[in-house]
Design a protein around this ligand. Sequence first.
Ligand code: ZN
Length: 180
Amino acid sequence: MSIKIVQKGHPALHSPAVAVPVTDIPSKKIQKVITDMKKALASQSDGVGLAAPQIGIPLRIFIVSGKIFDESFERGKGISEAQQTPDLVFINPEITKLSKKAAWLSEGCLSVRPLYGEVRRSLNATVRAYDENGVLLERGGGGLLAHIFQHEVDHLDGILFVDKARNIEEHMPEDYDKKS
Ligand code: ZN
């Protein structure tokens, strides 16, 4: 069964999501949410990240596609590339560091198709979160990973990139191919 990715206008995308009680992380319910998110993201060849509200579930969970860490990953490569790195899971994430260095970066979203725009994002970001095993971790990243962190945490706060973007336009998928 395919998992539906909800679109702009769905209430889960426009209000803050709720924290997951840490003791619930091993539960069947939360593990199923994570599995469903991975399935939904894997179904989108241009997807690089996904937040739980994007499948209509108002919980503070996001995932990053492992394919962005694979050597074969580059712009334009899609689902035909075998993914080797598992998806990363972030539960109750908090951004603990954002670089002052920032730039207006092109951005799209699996829940705001087919729009793209430029959003000012820090070039480096650090997130503290629980993983799918309930282990608290901190992970820093630059480039695309930092960009995804900020986009996904916005989702958990009920913010879509179009709420803060400039130069919003429709593009064909081949123009810009990474969405989260
Ligand atoms: Zn998004």
